[in-house]
Design a protein around this ligand. Structure first.
Ligand code: 0A1
Ligand code: ZN
Length: 855
């Protein structure tokens, strides 16, 4: 740990800032190692605040001069900021600072990427640009002048004036400093225009480096569709004359919603059929929409403090999921969202990093951009919508926008509009924001004289810092099927509010088969003993597409667990049910492809731990391999026909229909490779004319062996394209056989193109390896050491990305004593480092506490 332990911040300690800001004027003279920033800020006392101490955040700034109302002042400066006596009336603060963007490897504040200047200010990066009350509840209009000899100079808002070597921008909408952005570079735009429903003509530009010209069309198209959708579905029109998006190669996260100037990780902008996969296209569409939707849910209405982060993030994820569902298949989108939620958020909720959707304290806010705040936050909004109905939801949202436009709000404000718009008391519902952990809903049943009773019990396990939990409001969507497969009760939502509760259904001719938690109506774990035959029955007959998939998934999970723990053979009932789904031509190919995907190794480890069994990563890996081979053999006659049938002739289209066909075709290819030694996959790789097929075939070869030549060819072909090479690096680390994974990954880190300071490349290799469960959890501890070494190295240059990657260790406490000892030693080695960042310090402290929980 660092010497002076950083102090946590508490939600309960919130107080408003002592001053309001009427106007901000910024002047940038950009130079790689000596950028000058002049700020002129009009402050006035905040009547709502009691504390009038004038403190401005500021980090790593060299103060050149400061003045109040034109008179020089000498503020008191600490590593966190400055303070200074100020008048008790409105005053103008002026300061000039010097910063060095070229030396900023943390990629927070103003930094350089490939010769281009860019900024990342969320959450607390603006304080690395100038002295300012860098907190989201201080909102102000910004006017910015940039002086620089690069050709394209951008900032927030509308362009005001420009000349050779300078440009001026004005953002009339008051905004917090975390939404400030500036970009300067040699860039080219792909452009279009959009006329809003309010008649505003908006110029749209997606800016990329000249070498990437031609790869921004899909991003631009996604933007236009997002703008239209937000008008149609939420009644929200855009509010500036320009909307700029810039692609940046070095970026810690996915993208950033800066007002009028979104900055994106280039992997979520650049696409061509040859270089981007179907998944990439889908992600571009989703993230472009996400950042655009933030214009209302985040920018116009922002957060009072960072504890309220889910106010903007949960809501915006919910909105982008609705958008993707409308653009593509709603059923497939729901299944994929739930898979992600379980893989990331349930894992988080079940381990040392569990925290509520609205945390009560943090040491480093960057560590709280989590699956819980984002994905569980979105699920909470989905539940709310289910409880109040679509009309109630629409009324509440209208009220939210009308009442809170231009404000920095809280979760209380959000829930209040729902209470007022729908008359519903949300006191108990609010526990979803304050209680961490995934509720378990245990279901038993009985049937007598035509009456079917479900006995429902809810319980949430303890999480760090939270022992006893109160019952939550759980909307449980369910349907009932008769034994012949007819639906006798269509989808009905019952609300669980008690620790124990019964649901009674009368007048039934025979004991029904329940289809519970349809559409995954609440983020809970359902516990119910059910026979494999019943799951196979639901897989065949359920009318709810999510539960149809879920039946197959849970059946596969049970089969795999029996294979791990009892060395059982894969159950024939499962193999037959799977064959029936694959053969069912009326089913969406994308759905069939999902049904053919087996639960991942981490999901199986989690399921075993949940049952009190210590998971053995190697045994899990081996069982999963056997299961795949069994599926390949059992469905042997189907593959060639399916492979031929799912061909996509004609030019590549990234739409859902063709993407689904390609996914199913590649699934078939993967199973076939287990029978033909990979011959077909080699041919598929050689003939591929798009990245989905090329990388799909390469993955198959990596999994089944015989990829060496293809890997070389791929690297020769794509060595110049960093985004494509990220795939090449990532795939090898993720798919390496357990016994080779450490060596393969180490070799990748020695590759000349392992530019580890680039977050995408680091994530591809170290993140990819961490996702290789059997490799990372190698009994020798070599996997833990490898990752720990790299986290230490990255922490010194980029704490934020290093700290995020430390979640590789999230599950260490579920393993055997030998592995735990080695993982703990690796974590302690990180914790003991001199000069460790606050980001990493907080993460390893919390991760190490897992040992205490499990002990
Ligand atoms: N608000 C952005 C994501 C983002 C969050 C934090 C960052 O730095 C700490 C950067 C970007 C979004 O939700 O897309
Ligand atoms: Zn967001």
């Amino acid at each position: 740990m660092t010497d002076a332990a950083p102090q946590p911040v508490f939600l309960k300690d919130y107080t408003p800032f002592g001053f309001l800001v009427d106007q901000v004027e910024l002047n940038f003279h950009l130079q790689p190692t000596a950028t000058r920033v002049r700020a002129k800020i009009a402050f006035r006392p905040n009547p709502a605040a009691r504390d009038r101490r004038f403190f401005l955040h500021g980090e790593d700034l060299t103060l050149i001069s400061a003045a109040i109302d034109g008179s020089p002042v000498t503020p008191e400066i600490t590593p966190e900021g400055l303070s200074c006596p100020v008048p008790e009336a409105p005053f103008v603060w002026e300061a000039e600072v010097e910063i060095a963007p070229a030396e900023n490897t943390a990629l927070e504040g103003l930094y350089m990427s490939n010769g281009m200047y860019c900024t990342q200010c969320e959450a607390e990066g603006f304080r690395k640009i100038t002295f300012y009350p860098d907190r989201p509840d201080v909102m102000a209009p910004f006017r910015v002048r940039v002086d620089c000899d690069l050709p394209v100079l951008l900032s927030n808002g509308n362009p005001v004036a420009q000349g050779a070597g300078w440009a001026e921008w004005n953002d009339p909408w008051p905004k917090p400093s975390y939404l400030f952005a500036l970009v300067a570079g040699e860039l080219v735009a792909t452009s279009d225009r959009f006329t809003t429903s309010e008649g505003r003509e908006v110029a749209l530009n997606v800016w990329v480096r000249p070498a990437d010209q031609g790869k921004a069309d899909y991003a631009l198209d996604s933007l236009i569709r997002s703008m239209k959708w937000d008008e149609e579905v939420y009644g929200r029109a855009y509010d500036l004359d320009v909307f700029n998006i810039v692609a940046v190669d070095d970026f810690n996260m996915g993208a950033m919603e800066n007002k009028g100037l979104n900055v994106f990780n280039s992997r979520y902008v650049l696409a061509s059929p040859e270089t981007a996969t179907d998944r990439d296209y889908e992600n571009i569409e989703r993230i472009i929409a996400h950042e655009y939707f933030h214009n209302w849910t985040g920018d116009r209405i922002t957060c009072r403090d960072w504890f309220q982060l889910s106010l903007k993030e949960g809501l915006t994820v919910f909105r982008d999921s609705q958008f993707s569902a409308d653009m593509r298949s709603a059923a497939v989108k729901r299944i994929e969202d739930v898979m992600t939620l379980r893989a990331r958020q349930f894992r988080e909720d079940n381990g040392p990093l569990a925290h509520p959707v609205r945390p009560e304290s943090y040491t480093e806010i960057n560590n709280f951009y989590t699956a819980t705040v984002y994905e569980k936050g979105a699920e909470v909004i989905g539940m709310l919508r289910r409880l109040v109905g679509p009309e109630g939801y629409a009324r509440a949202l209208d009220l939210y926008f009308a009442r809170h436009d231009g404000q920095a709000c809280t979760i209380e404000d959000w829930l209040q509009v729902f209470e007022e718009a729908t008359g519903r008391d949300l006191t108990q519902f609010k526990r979803w924001y304050s209680q961490a952990g995934t509720p378990r809903v245990k279901v038993t049943e009985d049937f007598k004289d035509g009456t079917y009773t479900l006995h429902l019990e809810q319980k949430t396990p303890p999480t760090p810092g939270q022992g006893e939990k109160q019952p939550q409001v759980i909307p449980l969507a369910l349907g009932l099927l008769s034994p012949n497969g007819d639906e006798v009760l269509p989808t009905t939502v019952i609300e669980l509010t008690e620790a124990r509760q019964d649901a009674v259904f009368e007048g039934l001719g025979a004991k029904p088969v329940p289809s519970l938690l349809r559409g995954f109506s609440a983020p809970v774990i359902l516990e119910r003993d059910s026979a494999p035959e019943e799951r196979a029955f639901l897989l065949a007959h359920d009318t709810d597409p999510f539960n149809k998939w879920e039946a197959g998934r849970s059946l596969a999970r049970e089969v795999l667990i029996a294979m791990v723990t009892e060395d059982a053979a894969p159950a024939p009932a499962w193999l037959d049910a799977l064959a029936a789904v694959v053969r069912h031509e009326a089913l969406d190919p994308a759905f069939r492809a999902l049904a053919l995907r087996l639960p991942g190794e981490d999901e199986l480890a989690e399921a075993l731990a949940e049952r009190g069994t210590v998971p053995d990563p190697l045994a899990i890996h081996a069982a999963r391999e056997r299961a795949k081979t069994a599926v390949a053999r059992h469905l042997d006659p189907l593959w060639p026909g399916l492979y031929a049938q799912m061909d996509c002739p004609g030019p590549y289209s990234p739409g859902a229909a063709d993407a689904g066909r390609r996914a199913l075709r590649l699934a078939a290819l993967g199973y076939m490779a287990r029978l033909d030694g990979g011959a077909r996959a080699q041919a598929h790789f050689a003939a591929a004319d798009n990245m989905t097929d090329e990388i799909g075939a390469l993955s198959v070869l990596l999994e089944t062996g015989g990829a060496d030549e293809a890997l070389d060819r791929f690297a020769r072909r794509w060595g110049h394209d960093r985004l494509v090479m990220d795939k090449w690096f990532g795939l090898q680390a993720t798919l390496a056989a357990p016994e080779r994974a450490v060596a393969v990954t180490r070799a990748l880190t020695e590759h000349p193109q392992f530019t580890w300071k680039n977050p995408n490349r680091f994530r591809a290799v170290i993140g990819g390896f961490s996702a290789n469960a059997a490799g990372f959890h190698d009994a020798s501890g070599a996997g833990y050491d490898l990752v720990a070494d790299w986290l230490i190295r990255l922490d010194a240059v980029n704490p934020q990305t290093a700290a995020r990657m430390s979640t590789a260790f999230e599950t260490w406490a579920r393993y055997d004593a030998g592995r735990r000892e080695k993982a703990q030693a690796a974590l302690e080695r990180i914790a003991a480092r001199e000069g460790l960042s606050r980001d990493m310090g907080e993460m390893v402290d919390r991760l190490l506490a897992a040992g205490r929980i499990a002990a």
